[in-house]
Write a protein that binds this ligand. Structure first.
Ligand code: TEU
Length: 527
């Protein structure tokens, strides 16, 4: 069905411009075979849930064969499916069944590094120094007894590991994730072919992992890998491939504080969209949020690229927990593990944040479990921690498992319908009140809020523009193209609503017609 257009999207300008995209962290979504790890069978059995939720597309984290040294971001074979998740035939069925429900599929491509079990890396190890096989990666002799330079891995520790013949190889992440040498035309050709492989199987888009760090300058003493100009040539080539299929999109994972540099990735012949981490990282404060929204819209408007609105993903603490902390902003370098959180407050704010994100112009991402209001799980026993950040940081950073705990679907106790076996990470008993089953019946639940909002959004929101309404420093209020008014109160006292016809949706109860603190509302205009 690629090429056809689900209801509510804009066929003329591209389906992605206003899409709601649901992130499936496959190994924690639903387990179909009882081994405790989510899989394609589990996802296929729950596709109707996603159709009922009202999303336009799903993005799946890497589903390829992988030793799972970094949750699948260590890819051993880019053209196949990890057996624990299923088979290529099942993946093709999933793509088709999702299309039948009006849901597009986006896969995750990891171009910066492979697994150390990838055929090319094994070949490189066997072939030895000076071989062509080593030229696909970054092998170098050391300096003295040490590595070629002092670069540090993003997960902690040195970015170089020595092999038995004495050479060292570069890995920006874990040692099990050797970096590709993108100066090598063979690497470039390989990935163009990987793109074609998945587009030929009907996928509608590609999420590009660590998109800004592919090109390196190893001669630099300073770490020199972020946002080299040369990376744009790569995406121009990728865009030519995606354009040759039509309707297939490229989404960049680009963490760059400088908006001008960020914007370069969204030029007309490069990526279609990129994740808005500025918004995700913003504190729950009116001035900060407004500044982030203004900056985002200004950046994207000048390029005619649609903005994206992201509140969470598999790398960051759950919004319910984040927004209940004394410090509500996000910082990858300071994850604030264990900082106390008022979850009731956090949940109220996360509900309001969802209505804000979904009302803004562009596409919106929903990370699985966000629609259930799940909190970060902060008490995973140390012996079960799987994230390589834990080991690499010398047990000082617990890492990202707390937002990757398997979903609660039904019942009163773990595994909450997720699996018939033991989930790969333990679920908190308190999630009994947050199962899909429990929330389905409760009109006040987070799930029902997301369902209603996504439905209204399809009809009235998505791509377009905003006009701010002046309702004071502590209130974010704007009108959308359809006339819908969104008001979010970030102050401590209730505020009056602007003139309106009716209340379409509210993130919490109004107080005598006024909008309480940490609450958002969608209004129809006076007719
Ligand atoms: O993440 C890239 C990245 O640099 C960060 O999101 C990083 O995980 C975070 O800063 C750690 O604090 C991507 C994936 O989203 C992530 O899950 C992978 O681990 C990483 O690439 C390596 O493939």
């Amino acid at each position: 069905m690629p090429g056809s257009t689900p209801p509510g999207t804009t066929p003329d300008r591209g389906w992605w411009r206003g899409a709601a995209i649901y992130q499936v962290y496959l190994r924690s979504f639903a387990d179909g075979n009882g081994d405790g790890t989510g899989d394609l069978a589990g996802l296929r059995s729950r596709l109707q849930y996603l159709a009922d939720l009202g999303v336009d597309a799903i993005w799946l984290n890497p589903w390829y064969p992988s030793p799972m040294a970094d949750g699948g971001y260590d890819v051993a074979d880019y053209r196949s499916i990890e057996p624990v998740f299923g088979t290529l035939a099942e993946a093709e069925k999933l793509i088709e069944e999702a299309h039948d429900l009006g849901i597009r599929t986006i896969v995750d491509v990891v171009p910066n590094h492979a697994s150390d079990q990838h055929a090319w890396f094994r070949e490189a190890l066997a072939a030895g120094p000076g071989s062509e096989a080593r030229e696909r990666f970054w092998f170098r002799p050391g300096v003295g007894d040490g590595p070629p330079n002092g670069w540090q891995s993003i997960f902690g520790g040195p970015a170089w590991t020595q092999v038995p013949d004495g050479e060292w190889y570069l890995h920006l992440f874990a040692p099990e994730q050797p970096d590709f040498n993108w100066n090598n035309p063979a690497v470039r050709e390989e990935f163009l072919d990987v793109l074609r492989f998945w587009f030929d199987r009907g996928v509608d888009g590609v999420r590009i992992d660590s998109a800004a760090v592919l090109v390196k300058d190893l001669d630099s003493v300073e770490e020199s890998y972020t946002d080299h100009d040369g990376v744009h040539d790569i995406y121009r080539e990728w865009r030519r491939v995606s354009d040759s299929y039509g309707g297939r999109i490229l989404i960049g994972e680009v963490w760059l504080p400088d908006q001008d540099r960020f914007a370069n990735y969204l030029r007309a012949d490069e990526l279609h969209t990129a994740f808005n981490f500025d918004f995700l990282s913003s504190a729950w404060e009116p001035a900060a949020l407004r500044a982030s929204i203004d900056l985002t819209l200004a950046t994207h408007l000048s390029l005619d690229a649609p903005a994206t609105w992201v509140l969470s993903n598999h790398d960051v603490a759950r919004p319910v927990t984040r927004y209940g902390r004394a410090v509500t902003s996000w910082d990858n370098a300071d994850r604030r593990d264990g900082m106390p959180s008022d979850l009731e407050l956090g949940r109220r704010r996360a509900r309001a944040a969802a209505l804000l994100a979904m009302a803004l112009p562009g596409s919106v991402y929903v990370y699985q479990g966000e629609e259930l209001g799940l909190n970060e799980v902060e008490d995973i026993p140390e012996e079960l921690i799987d994230d390589p950040m834990w080991e690499r940081s010398g047990h000082t950073v617990r890492g990202r498992d707390g937002c990757r705990v398997p979903l609660p679907w039904s019942g009163d106790e773990p595994p909450f319908g997720y699996s018939t076996g033991t989930p790969w990470l333990p679920q908190p008993a308190s999630w009994r009140d947050l199962t899909v089953e429990a929330q389905q019946e409760d009109p006040e639940s987070m799930l029902r809020l997301y369902r209603s909002a996504l439905r209204l959004r399809r009809r009235l929101l998505g791509d377009g523009t905003i006009a701010w309404l002046p309702l004071g420093d502590e209130v974010l209020a704007f009108v959308r193209d359809s006339g819908l008014i969104c008001v979010v109160n970030l102050g401590s006292a209730p505020v009056d609503l602007p003139a309106h016809d009716s209340v379409l949706l509210a993130s919490g109860p109004l107080a005598d017609g006024r909008l309480p603190s940490d609450t958002a509302v969608w209004l129809t205009p006076l007719s």
